[in-house]
Design a protein around this ligand. Structure first.
Ligand code: HEC
Length: 174
């Protein structure tokens, strides 16, 4: 007689926990798989590894107080002057800066990679390169006063776009 209420209490306690721990539970957001031909895939991932290295070099330059060096790396390797930005460029960039969404359709053929990217991925890439160019401008201004806070804040806007894309997309399995 004493056992029964305890068993019910235990069942009530563990039921919700068991539901949470269930292997059938789906992750909150599924990343969208993007299929790329092998050669483009290899180049894309090599660019990604370079990007991580560039972010690391920018941090090291800032730590040295070398704001201009940090700006150069961002501009030449991560901004729209970087060869790896080709897939994310928009023809008529001046217009694109004001309303990129409206110009996307006729820009999709500007590089091989672009053909395979979902529009939203293109947009996140566009925002990442834009943030890198803005960081470069901010870092050059910050040099005069050693304004680390504004330089680091602008750099965080770049890495936020790395995170945004990685949260939404993955490459499809080979
Ligand atoms: C427009 C989308 C996008 C942006 C922006 C982006 N990435 Fe990626 N990155 C990806 C995708 C997709 C993968 C493949 C992930 C997967 O399949 O799990 C990837 C993979 C990587 C990898 C792994 C490379 C390998 O060899 O496996 C690194 C490192 C990386 N990204 C760094 C960065 C850094 C640093 C930035 C920002 C400066 C960045 N990425 C910005 C989409 C992006």
């Amino acid at each position: 007689m004493k056992f029964l209420p305890r068993a019910i209490a235990a069942a009530l306690l563990f039921c919700p926990l068991a539901t949470l721990a269930s292997p059938a539970a789906e992750p909150a957001t599924e990343r969208q798989p993007v299929a790329l031909p092998p050669a483009i895939r290899d180049q894309f991932l090599a660019d990604m590894r370079d990007h991580l290295s560039e972010i690391s070099q920018i941090h090291a330059a800032l730590a040295d107080g070398a704001f201009d060096r940090a700006a150069d790396i961002a501009e030449q390797r991560l901004g729209f002057a970087a060869p790896s930005s080709a897939a994310c460029r928009m023809p008529g960039m001046a217009l694109a800066h004001t309303a990129p969404d409206q110009h996307l359709d006729r820009m999709m053929d500007n590089s091989e990679m672009t053909k395979f990217m979902p529009k939203e991925m293109h947009m996140v890439g566009y925002r990442m390169h834009t943030a890198a160019d803005r960081f470069a401008q901010t870092a050059r201004k910050a040099a005069a006063t050693s304004d680390y806070r504004s330089a680091l804040y602008a750099l965080s806007k770049v890495t936020q776009q790395c995170v945004a894309c990685h949260t939404q997309f993955k490459l499809a399995k080979r």
